[in-house]
Design a binder for this molecule. Structure first.
Ligand code: ZN
Length: 123
């Protein structure tokens, strides 16, 4: 679902940019028309195209910003989950994961040195 939002954002930005660019190029290169009011049907078509292009571009960029923002938020929560893991200790004898305050392994009764930061050094 999140990936789809990103794809839609990229597509809308791309289509909006192409639409805007095509209309803008036609407007700036066509010297036959004045491109001022009152518009002929030809002029109106390209000005509408340019407006739609700008709107698509803005929505696409906003969508991308939202996508990137949610992506950053997701990676932050992933880091939080990892740091929770790091605060826990692992028994040096049997490898059982125990909470940080635990001094003796509940499985094999091996004393766990809670002062050792062996897990933190792996970062
Ligand atoms: Zn153990």
């Amino acid at each position: 679902m999140k990936k789809l939002t990103g794809i839609i954002g990229v597509l809308m930005t791309f289509i909006g940019f192409i639409t805007f660019l095509t209309a803008q190029m036609t407007i700036s290169e066509d010297n036959y028309y004045t491109w001022t009011k009152p518009y002929t049907p030809f002029e109106a078509r390209y000005i509408t195209m340019k407006t739609i292009g700008i709107i698509l571009l803005i929505i696409g960029i906003l969508d991308l910003i939202l996508y990137i923002a949610s992506h950053i938020y997701t990676s932050k929560t992933e880091v939080d989950a990892n740091s929770i893991k790091i605060t826990s200790n692992v028994c040096p004898s049997c490898g059982l994961q125990v909470s940080k305050g635990t001094k003796i392994c509940p499985k094999c009764k091996t004393p766990i040195n809670s002062n050792s930061n062996s897990n933190a050094q792996w970062r």
